[in-house]
Design a protein. Structure first.
Length: 328
């Protein structure tokens, strides 16, 4: 049997290689061509880069449709949409990280780019472990569903803490265990500086950019605890789970520079996202114990689109009204 045709984690090896090749080409084009030199990314450039990643994700979904059929493609698009929407809160936290550590806009893209590489690895580990558990113990899906329902309900009542980064235990631990330079040194994550007590000797210091990178990676792992079970609740196919996850994250990091300053206008979206999590978590139980089968992927996608669209529309309407009141 041809090695490339061997099915591994839900898809032939050649499909995995195509996916990885697309991701590598996108990242190489991003850093090696568009951002070879450090510069501040404006809203227009951010939107163009986001459009590139969005087009890549949607096109990949069509390829999944061609290779696996409409059901898998709809699952891909549902996971893609949910991950993208849930990550809006991630944008808010990343913005807090950059402001707390005083990361200049000139170097923020570099932090996010290298953060993507970490996300590709950590999400792969989490999704691989989740796939193995679901394949061996189906009842793990019920735990995922319960996590989503509880998380969705909690989102309705827990407000954001604007000091969550400044008061972070992880940030305090990093500062205690690393030598950190007081300011950035260009786009370097590590720098050698003179020893304070021994002239002529230099010590290796972490710069605030490295702290920001580690905080961004840790934040993504925390958010993945919600988003990964959400996609497993849609499908247990590791290929669909992983590819939809990565394409959504790739595009959202690009969109950061356009949304960072206006993400607060979408603060009512969290109620829609809470409803989405409750729905996705509940449908596991509904499908198995009420309907006697899985809830159709088309229904999951339709409900998700309606809830998220309603949340975005309501947020924009309320923020516009609040802006008028403040102006008056």
């Amino acid at each position: 049997m041809d090695f490339l045709s061997v099915v591994w984690l839900g898809a032939p090896v050649w499909m995995w290689l195509v996916f990885l090749a697309v991701v590598v080409l996108l990242l190489a084009f991003d850093l090696g061509v568009l951002h070879r030199d450090d510069h501040v990314i404006g809203v227009a450039e951010s939107l163009k880069l986001s459009a590139l990643y969005l087009t890549a994700g949607l096109t990949f979904g069509l390829w999944v449709w061609h290779g696996f059929g409409s059901e898998k493609a709809l699952q891909f698009y549902t996971g893609f949409l949910i991950e993208k929407s849930l990550s809006l809160d991630n944008i808010f936290v990343i913005s807090l990280i950059f402001s707390t550590l005083a990361i200049p806009p000139l170097y923020q893209h570099r932090v996010l780019f290298w953060g993507i590489l970490g996300v590709i690895v950590t999400r792969g580990i989490m999704i691989g472990a989740g796939s193995a558990l679901v394949a061996s113990y189906y009842w793990v899906l019920y735990i995922f569903g319960a996590i989503l329902v509880v998380t969705g309900i909690k989102m309705l009542f827990v407000s954001e803490n604007p000091n969550q980064v400044r008061d972070s235990a992880l940030l305090a631990w990093l500062r205690r265990h690393l030598r950190v330079s007081p300011t950035t040194h260009g786009h370097d994550f590590l720098v050698r500086l003179p020893h304070p007590n021994q002239p002529g000797r230099k010590l290796l210091y972490a710069t605030p950019l490295l702290l920001a990178l580690l905080m961004v990676e840790f934040t993504d792992v925390i958010f993945a605890v919600d988003s990964v079970p959400a996609i497993f609740a849609i499908t247990s196919d590791p290929f669909i789970v992983y590819t939809s996850n990565i394409f959504a994250v790739l595009g959202l990091r690009a969109l950061y520079f356009a949304l960072a300053d206006v993400v607060q206008r979408f603060r009512y979206l969290k109620y829609s996202l809470a409803a989405v999590l409750v729905f996705i978590g509940s449908k596991i139980f509904l499908g198995d114990f009420v309907f006697g089968g899985k809830v159709p992927a088309s229904l999951s996608l339709a409900v998700t689109v309606v809830l998220i669209a309603a949340g975005i529309a309501y947020s924009l309407w309320r923020s516009r009204g609040e802006a008028k009141e403040e102006a008056a």
